[in-house]
Design a protein around this ligand. Structure first.
Ligand code: FES
Ligand SMILES: [Fe+2]
Length: 345
């Protein structure tokens, strides 16, 4: 069961340049995405209404899509506007369309009723399109329920273990206590890790040998949108007071979109505001963070397999689970609200 009435990330904008008719399954629904000539994104069900062939195997003709099975032509609003060899077009000859928006290099999609799609609700990802920040867009497909990916993001104690060789570097992150504050659409988390050895991924950018203070301040909102302010600077130079002093600063976005009940899209970016004129810095950081997310992928997929093999085993909740318990509650409440609204209609 997935939330319908919310914005999901459907794609990076550059993907629509590389693949003019992009097929992507989102919350179990096959969708085809493309850009009209004026740059406006279009999303429609990836099923021709005739014999259900995927429109993503079709051909873009201006702003319209032609199914390349028997040639039906569709306008961006989903209406069939041409049936070869036939004058009259039945009114029911159309495919479902979805509200979409391009924002900060991402394509967002609203899977619920398009009339309720409020663009002001698209989450803020400003650093993805800002002159002070650099990043490379990343993507991984996880063979797991998206909620286990959210659990992972909601508890950074795993950085000490899963990411010992990349983002972590010591067990101090797991020992640091996170402040957790729920809000209507998700959870805010603040974690300081003081006087820690340098994390492996940041060593090339830090002065030799100094211990560091780190902050991870982030929010995760439904359906699976994480945005984080994080950074690293020399120990004792003001991190607990919020003073940024020769810091390595990051804005991280980890954007999780369910594909099916057991697979998920994971879009990510680690934006940095130092050495922005040095593309090799961006490349190195992207390579490190990609390695880290491959570490998450291996662990979460193994966890998913283990859960599927022994579905009756209970999980033991510990204090580190506070944020993920809160998030599940918020998600469940929103799902229940959608269900009751749907039942009332
Ligand atoms: S299946 Fe698309 S035209 Fe026949
Ligand atoms: Fe992780």
């Amino acid at each position: 069961m997935f939330l319908q009435n919310c914005w999901y990330v459907a794609a990076w904008e550059h993907e629509l340049k590389e693949t003019p008719l992009l097929a992507r399954t989102i919350i179990g629904q096959p969708v085809v995405l493309y850009k009209a000539a004026n740059g406006t994104p279009v999303a429609m069900a990836d099923r021709c209404c005739h014999r259900l062939a995927p429109l993503s195997r079709g051909r873009l003709e201006g702003d319209n899509v032609r199914c390349m099975y028997h040639g039906l032509l569709y306008a961006p609003d989903g209406a069939c506007i041409e049936i070869p060899g036939q004058k009259a077009i039945p009114r029911i000859a159309r495919v479902k369309t979805f509200a979409v928006a391009a924002r900060n290099k991402l394509i967002w999609i609203w899977m619920g009723d398009a009339v309720s799609a409020d663009r002001s609700l698209i989450p803020d990802t400003y650093a993805l399109d800002h002159p002070d920040w650099r990043y490379r867009p990343g993507y991984v497909r996880f063979g797991a329920d998206y909620r286990y990916i959210l659990d992972n993001l909601l508890d950074f104690s795993h950085l000490s273990y899963v990411h010992a060789a990349t983002l972590g570097g010591s067990d101090l992150i797991a020992k640091a206590k996170a402040e957790v504050e729920p809000f209507e659409d998700g959870v805010r988390i603040r974690r300081l890790t003081l006087n820690s050895p340098q994390p492996p991924f940041a060593k090339p950018f830090l002065a030799d040998g100094t211990n560091v203070d780190r902050w991870h301040h982030y929010e995760i909102r439904v359906p699976g949108i994480m945005s984080m302010d994080s950074g690293i600077q020399a120990t004792g130079t003001g991190v607990p007071e919020g003073v940024r002093n020769n810091a390595l600063e990051f804005r991280a976005y980890n954007l999780v979109t369910p594909e099916t009940e057991r697979t998920s899209h994971y879009f990510f970016a680690l934006a940095h505001n130092f050495a922005i004129d040095d593309p090799s810095t961006t490349e190195k950081l992207h390579a490190e963070v990609s390695k880290a997310f491959a570490e998450d992928e291996a662990m979460i997929e193994a966890q998913q397999r283990a859960i599927d093999e022994t579905p009756d085993l209970q999980m033991v909740v510990i204090p580190a689970d506070t944020a993920l318990v809160q998030m599940r509650r918020i998600l469940e409440a929103k799902l229940a609200r959608e269900r009751s609204t749907a039942d009332a209609v």
